[in-house]
Design a protein around this ligand. Sequence first.
Ligand SMILES: [Zn+2]
Length: 478
Amino acid sequence: MTEYEAIIGLETHIQLNTITKIFCSCKADSWFDPPNTNICPICTGLPGVLPVLNRAVVEKAVLLAAAMQSQLRPLSYFDRKNYFYPDLPKGYQISQFDQSLAYGGYIDLPMPQGYTRRISIHKLHIEEDAGKTKNEHGRRLIDFNRCGVPLVEMVTGPDLRSADEAAQYLLRLRQLLRWLGVSEADMEKGHLRCDANVSIRPKGADYLNPKTEIKNVNSIDAVRDAINSEIERQIRETEAGRRIEAWTLDWDEETGKLHKMRSKETEADYRYFREPDLLPIRIDDAWRDQILSQLPELPLARRQRFREQYELPEYDAELLTTERGLSDYFEAAVKAYGGDPKRVSNWMMNDVLRMINDLGIGPGELRLSPQYLAQIIRLVDANTINVSTGKALLAKVHQTGRAPDEIVKEEGLAQVSDDAAIRAVVQAILEANPKEVQSYKSGKVTLLGWFVGQVMRQMRGKADPNLTRSVLEEMLAR
Ligand SMILES: [Zn+2]
């Protein structure tokens, strides 16, 4: 049987998180607003109005282009993309065609299997979004709120080889968009939309077969499922001796099936021409430098630096750089702590991350500051408090916003490392539990943990656990 490989390219639409729309001053994000409340004559395309370009759109798009290693065009143009659809009131979309803001570039995808796939970027341009239609009770309803919302369209080369790589691309892109602060990149809210072009060929062949385009997938899992299902369909068709037609397919999330929408249009159908109402976008060196001064260290570079500078294992470095805020928090805590960065990493991965997830907040919203976290770790290192008191302190500091050492002092949480105090408690517990002492002595040594627990309970968790253990072992051996 022939072995096949998949050739996949992705086209993503990224909603930039500007306050206002691309060509008017209407509010850009309408997720929580009723239909048709953030509209004006410009974004609904009434006759006689003139669009005015929002500077922030260009700045965010330039940041993204730089992060994708794309070439910026100092001069780029807007074009009209003509098509008729009820949710496009002007009858055309303002987009960029042949002279887009940027071109070329790439993103590297470190795959869980250990290899890295480099995905080339064909084209990166800015455009306005169209409205939304939905069918309800036999009527077609149109919401113009989304008209004029700023988008970046980014098209990859046919470089992806599996549904998993496509999913990884979206994961890394979403991470990057949030890292740069240019988009919320929430697929469920349509901030990041993806169409996938899929074809197959015998493994090792160097030609391209006709491709199909999958539209309307709105989660990373759905993209993976839809592409896998389309690869399987194309292999089935090819094996049965049928040809693959260049269809556009629609993914139905509920049934997990692809439906044929239409035979695909070509670019020529859009009758592009230059937008006469807008000046070209001119990015001179001064403006470009000013924008790029905001470009942060990128996630993969920071991950690599964490491995080298802090000698973190790959797993830690990956987890701590999923979000920019988290990696900033980590670095601040390491600096405040001054000791082994791996200690800080452990506390973060085991406890701080869980707190953040449970509370559903960002690291920046924690009242447990990186400095307070460092202080708690130092208190544990110095044996002033034991580990479990330290862990309990994390939540206490977040709730009260007070310094850990103050809380320790006020609540008398300091660990009891006083040999005599622990001995007295152990003595009392052994006397009160002769049966357990007997079982222990006749070989059931696992009871030691139970005795430690009794001591801890009596001493309200403040006993030094190591000391407790050795005192118990000694006194039980008598
Ligand atoms: Zn408007």
